[in-house]
Write a protein that binds this ligand. Structure first.
Ligand code: ZN
Length: 284
């Protein structure tokens, strides 16, 4: 009995060590790779390993931020690094985790800062995943089997950076995000990209006109894209942010401004859900 209790205590004592073991690994990698991410910022993001793995077996990290004193009324999924060579997108997601921790609205934020870690940590970084698939063309939009390969062959002239894959959801990274969409049921998805310096929007809501210095410019829909699948076909509004540079983040004041504008727009779009917050909401 005593040995059994001792064993249990030993296992219990190991649990925090196991948990904290994952964190330095995440920050070791992200800190070394991402622009404008300090060690302290990455540590504060407190990324948690999910069940999801990339093609090469890398952990897909997530972080949930929920209101402290009230029930969440909105669920927002923020995804960076869908394209591995858009390093700034993962950095901005980490900055926003810090800002979310100080935001008063009743929002449950779920962040996935780097959906394509194999592309992100490749030298040089690659847009596609380790199977050569453009993850943002691999979502199961209607008629994918006909439209996605046709679009790739004819419109992109078989650009290897834009191969949609063999089948919709053929990749573990897209299957992971798809499972998150079903389980988490986000009211809004924010998908961060670079380097076109604009804002795009798909789905059933009035789009944000601007976020910081980025202005709305709806560029169209692509077979298999997250905006097309989530926004058009699942009725989950998708804000697609195209940062102006893939290598450099906007300045910190601009990252904060984009964050404030996003919440301001959410407050207009989901006014009743965002009302009655514990403090005066949506202050700049
Ligand atoms: Zn992109």
């Amino acid at each position: 009995m005593r040995a059994w209790v001792g064993l249990m205590l030993g296992v219990a004592a190991m649990l925090p060590a196991l948990r904290s073991h994952a964190q330095p690994r995440a920050c070791d990698e992200f800190y070394a790779r991402l622009p404008n991410v300090s060690w302290a910022l990455c540590q504060a993001a407190d990324l948690q390993p999910s069940e999801g793995r990339s093609v090469k077996g890398r952990i897909l990290y997530v972080r949930d931020v929920q209101p402290r004193n009230a029930a969440a009324r909105l669920r927002v999924l923020v995804v960076g690094g869908i394209h591995g060579d858009e390093l700034s997108s993962a950095s901005v997601a980490l900055h926003w985790i810090r800002l979310a921790q100080g935001s008063p609205e009743p929002v449950h934020w779920r962040f996935i800062p780097a959906l394509n870690p194999d592309g992100l940590f490749e030298r040089p970084a690659r847009r596609v995943n380790a199977n050569g698939v453009d993850l943002n063309r691999n979502f199961p939009t209607p008629n994918w089997e006909r439209e996605a390969p046709h679009y790739w062959e004819v419109r992109t002239r078989k650009d290897p950076r834009r191969w949609p894959g063999r089948a919709p959801l053929s990749e573990p990274e897209t299957r992971f995000l798809h499972a998150q969409m079903i389980a988490f049921q986000p009211d809004l998805i924010v998908s961060i990209h670079a380097p076109y310096g604009v804002l795009d929007f798909d789905g059933p809501a009035e789009p944000p006109r601007r976020l910081g210095r980025l202005y709305l410019d709806q560029v169209g829909v692509f077979p298999g894209s997250l905006g097309n699948y989530g926004g058009v076909h699942r009725g989950m509004p998708v804000v697609t942010i195209e940062l102006p540079s893939a290598q450099l983040t906007p300045r910190n004041a601009e990252i904060q401004r984009m964050w404030s504008d996003l919440r301001q727009w959410m407050g207009v779009t989901w006014a009743s859900a965002m009302a009655d917050t514990p403090q005066t909401p949506l202050q700049r």
